[in-house]
Ligand binder design. Sequence first.
Ligand code: GLN
Ligand code: ZN
Length: 746
Amino acid sequence: MNILGFPRIGEKRELKKALESFWSKKTSEEELLKVAKSLRTLHWSYQKNFPFVVVNDFSLYDNMLDLSYMLGAIPKRFANLNGLELYFAMARGNGSNVACEMTKWFNTNYHFVVPELSKNDIYQVNAEKIANEYNEAKSLGYNPKISLIGLFTYLGLAKTNDDSDKEYIFPKLKAAYLELIKKLTTLGEEITIEFHEPIFVKGQNPFFSKIKEVYNAIAELGIRVIVSTYFEASNEATKILVETDIEGLGLDFIYGENNLTSLKLIADAGKKLYAGLIDGRNIWVANLDSKLNILDRISIIVPKDLIHISTSCSLLHVPFSKDSETKLDSEILSWLSFAKEKIGELELLESLFRHGITESNKDLYKQNQEVNATRKNSNKIHDIKVQQRTQSLQVTTRTKSFKERIKIQRQELGYPNLATTTIGSFPQTVELRTLRQKYKKGEIDTNTYENGIKDYIKDCIAFQEEVGLDVLVHGEPERNDMVEYFGEQMKGFVFSQNGWVQSYGSRCVKPPIIYGDTSRPNAMTVRWSSFAQSLSKKIVKGMLTGPVTILNWSFVRDDLPRHEVCKQLSLCIADEISDLQNAGIKIIQVDEAAFKEGYPLRKENIKEYETWALECFKISSSVAKPSTQIHTHMCYSEFNDIMKTIEAMDADVISIETARSGNELLKIFKQVGYANEVGPGVYDIHSPRIPSADEMYKQIKLLLEVLPKEQLWINPDCGLKTRKWEEVKPSLNNMINAVKKVRSEI
Ligand code: GLN
Ligand code: ZN
């Protein structure tokens, strides 16, 4: 049995709290490290029946950042710092030094800190973090397995600062990486390291020719090497890995069924197979019968004693445990399995696989079969009306072309060039959170709650008018989360109380659970948008989350194809757009922050996803009249390979994340001749730093080198909900001043 990692944020988000308290200087480093240690101790205790407990899956912020730190791959601007100060500065920025970029970990909603490498780097290796955790586990009597991001994945996801090419950096980085491993060999007799190489699932890359030399060199140091891939099949890399001196391979059989075609290679090479069969990314109770079937297929080819049943990836991507869920419908709850429960499933599957049905496993096995049978047949998940509506659905396009629409919109809406706006949310203050919580708990009545929300909206509109933004927003005070808010108002969704999953650093999300057919009984946002609009002569944007994002940020039922679930969602959003425009809302933003992360990792599967995801966005947005301006927002996306699809989405305005990557991103829009309007983020909201007017002025000038003023909007790079008013007010003020200065010059 094997897991690739356990969630580290803590059952009650203890790590989040400890981090935030440390960052705000309320607690000491020592106190933070104490919490971290107690979390590791607890998490290992769940793995006590496993041959190994995982070490170094823990992180105070992110594992990629940990590795950069351990290799001493430190961007120059942080060179004068050290210790935790350095570590958190790279993650969050400090003073005038911007943080390292963050981006999504493959097709998940987890963000890692992107390594910044340069040909002039001098690496200084430090293995202390791993050594500490290793010794900690040892002293508790466990047998540790070190989890480490593989060199190829690390380098593959890194960016280079100064056009240095990765080929050039490789030998030096490899040397540092090997030095790190060498240091680990001193920790004990037989060190096992599981190398995470998810990059291999993307197929061939220029570094494939180096896989052999690297993993042989590592094995030669006396390390027992497991190389694991996940989120897709990795047959190309497997072909090479079986010829190296590694001990085993970890393969994902949930999202990478094609891995089954590699079994013979593995068996012939006599390698151990860590078979990823328990879904590390979704939350449904495993169907153990179907797992046993796959295991039967596998064990025809691979000897049973070489098979180790494993999770498909780290459990980082699922919530901690369903122990504390007291409010969920008990039937639906019985269908769920979070990290802790998955460990139980692994143990049960292991026992069934090795020993068949026995006295000690027969009850649990029967229970598993029953849960799967009731879920399949439950009338909770089927809604005939929804099914009929999606079946008769025609995919639609907006009635007029962008050229015609934008003329009408410019006339009707009258906004200036370089129009300023925000992405939607404003700071979620403690008072605001308390207000929502009290209402949820029934401690205050609807009136008090709604007055509180209205007050926030009033203040928010007043501030935006005062600072001089062109297109306003209501600030999203009623939403704790951009997906949860919608899911809560739709049928077919349930919400856990405590099902937190780490998104980045201390930030967690609580993904909704789509368990059945979805529909929208009532308007979801019209009231607040109309109220906000009634307060101002300026245009207030309506704010929705798009169907693809709702899908990609939810735990999705696995009994219906994803595109069918998405279609149902796109009809819900279409209905909402229709209600908003009927209520007089003239600009509607449909956030598709997670459009990109749903992309399949392998080229051959992309077309299919693009087709249905695009269709779903259009089913929603084509309800808009030509005069209704549709905005969309996408964050942390690399647009290079999806430009055609972005274009085909045909949003009138798209706002994107660029603040951390200069105007590189925009150049791609230019290259493909993107004609619709674009709002590239001019400042990074993921850091508490307040950008100066001068800095944003320069940024805007850079943008103008690429696209004409008529096509550009000016906005922050994402919603402001995680920031404080003290940061937002001066930042937006500076942004407006920067725009004014630019306008005065052109
Ligand atoms: N409208 C949302 C907000 O401002 C968008 C956030 C996002 O895309 N991540 O919070
Ligand atoms: Zn965003």
